[in-house]
Design a binder for this molecule. Structure first.
Ligand SMILES: [Zn+2]
Length: 141
């Protein structure tokens, strides 16, 4: 089966993304800055396409009113972002994956802290994209 593997630094959390995922989106919001780095890079995966191999060290932290972030209790890697209302989709930090997922754009560009310059080919949203990127599905080869 076509898949991409992912894990935290210590591998106590490991998983596979099956078949497809959303193209990645870079987020510059101030919460991602604290949780990940000056910006984060997430793909998004449907529930049926995310298969955990191990998640005994997975801990969720509610980081805002409607969202939570998943991290490893052992090594501290920040891996996941998910609605507190539904587990239909999980956003996954692309740094945890063994393969690159191409990017389609930026969100919360108004909060951009990094001085890096980015390609003009990527779409930039000042704040939330309100699902704009959900239609860009990357087929795993
Ligand atoms: Zn770990």
């Amino acid at each position: 089966m076509k898949h991409i593997k992912g894990s935290c630094l210590c591998k106590n959390i490991s998983f596979k993304i099956l078949n497809e995922c959303r193209y990645s989106v870079l987020c510059h919001c101030t919460i991602c800055q604290k949780s990940n780095a000056e910006f984060s890079n997430y793909t998004k995966v449907k529930k049926e396409n995310l298969k955990f191999i191990s998640k005994k060290k997975l801990k969720w932290f509610q980081s805002s009113k409607n969202f939570k972030r998943g991290f490893c209790l052992e090594c501290g890697s920040s891996l996941f972002f998910q609605s507190t209302q539904s587990d239909d989709y999980t956003a996954i930090s692309t740094g945890s994956l063994d393969k690159n997922i191409p990017s389609k754009g930026h969100i919360y560009y108004k909060d951009k802290k990094s001085k890096l310059t980015f390609s003009n080919h990527l779409k930039k949203f000042k704040s939330s994209a309100n699902g704009f990127f959900d239609k860009f599905i990357y087929k795993i080869k």
